[in-house]
Design a protein around this ligand. Structure first.
Ligand SMILES: Nc1nc2c(c(=O)[nH]1)N[C@H]1C(S)=C(S)[C@@H](COP(=O)(O)OP(=O)(O)OC[C@H]3O[C@@H](n4cnc5c(N)ncnc54)[C@H](O)[C@@H]3O)O[C@H]1N2
Ligand code: MOO
Length: 409
């Protein structure tokens, strides 16, 4: 049977970048950028006044001058008028362009004002002299230069990236199109969430779970349900394989008499890349790829198995096809966590152990195992926020062991 490492490698081998689409910037938040974006101007683009007050020439103070006549007032957004008199001041607001002939800004808090009654002329007296020329000025190009690479292809457009893209006028951007995912539940025992189940029936929860989890990666999803019927599966699966980038099925992949999926998928020309992984939960996981390129994650139907397999294999795939650089691995992969108590697990399987991750006072990420009733106990997912990956070659895991933790919250 395939190891978790080998299954991971085979899933990763099917990752190919999805095509690029061009979007108006406001619609691109959360997407992966697929072009390099450079500074179109210097940052800041002009000598920017950083405090409300007056602009003067620093040299004037050295001559012993401390009172300046105010020549004019300049607001942010007004084109500056050069100040020709080196002994005068321009009253000026934060965000304005520093006028030629001045080099220093003194804030209102460090000034006293008086108005000459006869002429109406206003004067500012410096109470606290500035320490150096350039004080309270954010000089042109201090932060970045025109032409600098600011957002390389592969950047995830979060809040900071949106601000920088906006400031350089990237009104339309090239981004990865969203993955299209069909989520399919199978099983005769499953009824819709609006129905009152008969005693032998249950409501189908996996499809909604998978939709929510896939949409969080940026995918567009649509849900389907098929009964355990070979003809229905044969009739409905082909169109999904042509219209979606990934088809994520749940149920119908183990050894039961109604577990038709592996056979039907093979008959439909989907190449089986593996069936069964040396892991618990989620051993009967089937994975394949159709000739058209769509991948098929046929996940075991027990809700915790479906859930764990999604986060362990399908989520990294969905992030990988959107992110053409290796950066996706950091987002998709596990974080190291410290086991809080001793744990033993006998079977020669990789064990995915539901845990609650919590920061200890020393900053360590501690993993507390959660009481769980097995792979059917979907309520156990509520109390946990990650699963630890315990390797198969070991039976005892002592408190303090550092292990990979896959977070899902
Ligand atoms: N003889 C064997 N039997 C089983 C094996 C095995 O190795 N030999 N493996 C067990 C393991 S492990 C798992 S996991 C399950 C997986 O089986 P299937 O993928 O075929 O899933 P089903 O039998 O269809 O369903 C299992 C379980 O999950 C419930 N389910 C299914 N779909 C949904 C849904 N959309 N929403 C909510 N719940 C769902 C279903 O009702 C079943 O209770 O097989 C073991 N058997
Ligand atoms: O290993 Mo199955 O996935 O637990 O119930």
């Amino acid at each position: 049977m395939l190891s978790v490492e080998e299954a991971t490698r085979r899933v990763a081998a099917t990752i190919q970048s999805l095509p690029v689409e061009f979007l108006a910037l406001p619609l691109a938040a959360g997407r992966i950028l697929r072009e390099d974006l450079h500074a179109d101007r210097d940052f800041p683009p002009f000598n920017r006044v950083a405090m409300d007050g007056i602009a003067i020439r620093f040299e004037a103070l050295a001559t012993g001058l401390s009172e300046f006549p105010i020549e004019r007032i300049q607001f942010a957004g007004q084109a500056p008028i050069p100040q020709l008199n080196p002994q005068a001041a321009t009253e000026i607001m934060t965000g304005a362009m520093l006028p030629e002939g001045t080099d220093t800004v003194i804030r209102y808090e460090d000034l006293m004002f008086r108005t000459e009654e006869t002429t109406g002329q206003r004067f500012a007296t410096v109470q606290v002299p500035p320490p150096h020329a350039g004080h309270n000025v954010h000089p042109r190009a201090a932060d970045r230069r025109q032409g600098d690479l600011l957002l390389p292809a592969g950047t995830h457009l979060g809040a900071a990236e949106m601000a920088v893209a906006a400031t350089i006028g990237a009104s339309t951007v090239a981004v990865t199109r969203r993955p299209r995912v069909a989520v399919v539940s199978t099983g005769d025992e499953l009824v819709s969430i609006a129905e009152r189940p008969l005693p032998h029936q249950i409501r189908r929860s996996n499809a909604l779970m998978l939709q929510a989890a896939a949409e969080q990666t940026g995918a567009i999803t649509q849900a389907f349900h098929f009964n355990d019927d070979v003809a229905i599966l044969q009739q409905n699966l082909p169109v999904l394989l042509t219209e979606y980038d990934a088809v994520i099925l749940s149920g119908g992949v183990s050894k039961g008499k109604a577990d038709f999926l592996p056979e039907v998928l093979r008959e439909l020309g989907v190449e089986q890349i593996f069936h069964e992984v040396q892991q618990r939960p989620g051993k009967p996981f089937w994975f394949g790829q159709s000739p058209g390129g769509a991948v098929v994650f046929a996940l075991p139907g027990n809700p915790v198995s479906t859930f764990v397999n999604f986060y362990r294999y399908a989520r990294p795939w969905l992030l990988g096809v959107q992110q053409p650089t290796a950066a996706y691995l950091a987002e998709a992969g596990p974080v190291p966590a410290v086991l809080a108590v001793d744990v033993s697990f006998r079977p020669k399987l990789t064990h995915f152990l539901l845990v609650r991750l919590e920061y200890a006072r020393n900053g360590q990420l501690l993993a507390h195992p959660e009481r769980a009733g097995g792979s059917g106990d979907l309520a156990s997912l509520l109390a946990s926020n990650a699963f630890l990956e315990l390797p198969p070659e070991q039976e005892l895991f002592a408190a303090g062991a550092v292990l990979p933790a896959w977070r899902f919250r």
